[in-house]
Design a protein around this ligand. Structure first.
Ligand code: SF4
Ligand code: SF4
Length: 318
């Protein structure tokens, strides 16, 4: 457990159990060209943790033997990992749907000029953070200049056919600026579509709304502002049992840059091993056909997934 958040371990969160494994979410490392305030990974340009070639090969082998449908690649900025393209090419050749959790600005960085066309050529679905369609709000949360670079990247993706052709999916992700729940997803999606089209000529497929997780950089900010307990109370009061059937950990496992397995990316950040085991297990030692019905390690941060309309890597749950 991360030392900053010891209270998250004691929980009344309901027990939940795995269904059929369908998605492998792989964190290629914590290095990022950005350093956002809400980041649940504590990613930054200074982070050194990056998945090595041997572990990338373990990931490909697992996808093949477990016959998984979806490879969900995240970070940091996963594209900064030298093994990123090899992983994408290998998964593409296996016929797996690939999702790249892209921060957009990486597409505009020197040295990454061919990245957008590489993603398009391999039919990679892009899920990209854009916490607002207003420059001031984005730059406040994600850093000066991030909005302009994000708009340039979205235009580049649209020119390649992203957001318009069904085989090139471009989804955007909204998260609130502070310790509040996101507004209704469908309403906000309409506003994003209207404003991005009118202001910048940008089109995209879907908007996902996610609650901020009370861990890592966002959790630390809440603690330093004395807002941590109030935010936890808000999440708990807004908990809906109906969301428990749809939380992402039911059909997903998360892999860290060293190849260890967790129930989700948030548990990975808190160092909580898969299923509440004492020791972490490596992906290469995991029997994928033993996971159905297995217990999931829950803690208080799980209320971030079930509060209000719910949150998952695919947006609201209800
Ligand atoms: S939120 Fe995303 S873009 Fe921002 S620092 Fe974290 S990983 Fe990088
Ligand atoms: S935080 Fe992770 S383990 Fe908890 S409900 Fe959400 S996805 Fe599942």
């Amino acid at each position: 457990m991360h030392a900053t958040f010891p209270l998250l371990q004691e929980t009344a969160f309901p027990r939940i159990f795995r269904k059929r494994l369908e998605v492998l979410q792989v964190n290629l490392g914590y290095r990022c060209n950005q350093q956002c305030l809400h980041c649940h990974v504590n990613a930054s340009p200074k982070r050194k943790e990056m998945m090595g070639r041997e572990t990338v090969l373990e990931v490909i082998d697992f996808v093949r033997r477990a016959k998984l449908k979806i490879l969900d690649i995240t970070g940091g900025a996963p594209e900064m990992n030298p093994g990123f393209k090899y992983l994408v090419e290998s998964a593409h050749s296996l016929g797996v749907k690939i999702i790249d959790r892209c921060n957009l600005t990486i597409l505009e960085e020197p040295g990454y000029e061919d990245l957008a066309s590489f993603l398009a050529a391999h039919r990679v679905e892009i899920t990209a953070s854009l916490p607002c369609y207003l420059e001031e709000n984005v730059d406040r949360q994600r850093g000066t200049g991030v909005f302009k670079a994000s708009i340039a990247a979205l235009r580049r993706l649209n020119r390649l056919g992203y957001g318009e052709h069904s085989e090139l999916t471009l989804n955007l992700v909204f998260n609130p600026q502070g310790p509040v729940l996101p507004p209704p997803e469908a309403t906000l999606e309409q506003a994003y579509k209207r404003e991005l089209k009118a202001r910048y000529g940008i089109v995209f497929n879907h908007l996902y709304t996610l609650a901020n997780m009370p861990i890592q950089r966002f959790g630390s900010t809440l603690i330093s502002r004395g807002e941590f307990n109030a935010y936890m109370s808000l999440l708990k009061q807004a908990h809906r049992d109906g969301n428990l059937d749809r939380v992402m950990c039911l059909n997903l496992i998360s892999i860290d840059w060293q190849g260890y397995v967790y129930d989700c990316d948030f548990n990975q950040m808190l160092g909580l091993p898969l299923g509440g085991e004492k020791m972490r297990i490596r992906l290469s030692d995991l029997a994928h056909d033993n996971l159905d019905g297995a217990s999931i390690r829950v803690a208080d941060h799980c209320y971030g997934c079930t509060a209000g309309a719910g949150s998952s890597c695919g947006g609201a749950l209800t």
